[in-house]
Design a binder for this molecule. Structure first.
Ligand code: ADP
Length: 203
């Protein structure tokens, strides 16, 4: 099964995608992580997208589609995190969309409290998903940092872009009948249980 987690920035897509991937041993395609790696590694692509990512803008559709297609191939079981984010990106087979719903207020608070491991990208929250040792990743010992797109103005822009570009994608799949909505303002464990029930890998 190819499942995709969509929702506003801060709704928790990344955390649940990572958990599902581990539990079911299924590959996760996190477009945000892939793009951040390109920037960190200073690749040709990375240099081109660095500025727009910092501002919270979306990266061009053609580029995202290429990166996703290269990784997805013909794999039957995949977890997509943050894809497709625009109508033009609806160009890859996906069986089920999980739409995480969350108010702007909660999203903004969560993003401010979010930290990620600079080495392995694992996501933490300084209030609700704390590491065992302050500032250090439980898994790889890497340093926990804020992302460079976490400023209040940038967050508000990303929420605006979500409404303009990604809500139409959610509406499209809702009409098609392969979308489940999940209230993402509950505890991580409760939300994850609900998402887990929806994922039925083929292998
Ligand atoms: P968030 O869900 O908090 O926005 P992500 O890690 O999913 O975080 O995305 C971070 C950034 O990566 C986005 O602001 C955007 O610049 C870029 N990005 C991620 N997914 C896509 C996509 N499908 N299309 C275009 N740009 C994307």
């Amino acid at each position: 099964m190819r499942i995709s987690l969509l929702g506003p920035p801060g709704s928790g897509k990344g955390i649940y995608a990572e958990k599902l991937g581990k539990d079911f041993r299924v590959p996760v395609i996190s477009v945000g992580n892939i793009l951040r790696e390109e920037v960190e590694n200073k690749t040709e692509i990375g240099k081109k997208i660095e500025n727009s990512m910092k501002k919270g803008n979306l990266v061009p559709d053609e580029l995202v589609l290429k990166l996703v297609n290269d990784r997805a191939g013909k794999k039957e079981d995949i977890i997509f995190d943050g894809f497709p984010r625009t109508i033009k990106q609806i160009n890859v087979d996906i069986d089920l969309i999980v739409s995480l719903t969350c108010s702007d207020k909660v999203c903004i608070k969560r993003i401010k409290d979010r930290r990620i491991c600079e080495k392995c990208n694992k996501i933490y929250n300084i209030l609700t998903l704390k590491p065992k040792k302050k500032g250090i990743c439980d898994v790889c010992g890497g340093k926990l940092v804020s992302r460079n797109d976490q400023g209040e103005d940038v967050i508000k822009d990303r929420l605006r872009i979500f409404r303009k570009e990604t809500l139409p994608v959610i509406e499209y799949f809702k009409k098609k009948g392969n979308l489940d909505e999940i209230n993402a303002e509950r505890s991580v464990d409760d939300i994850y249980l609900d998402i887990r029930k929806l994922f039925k890998p083929k292998k």
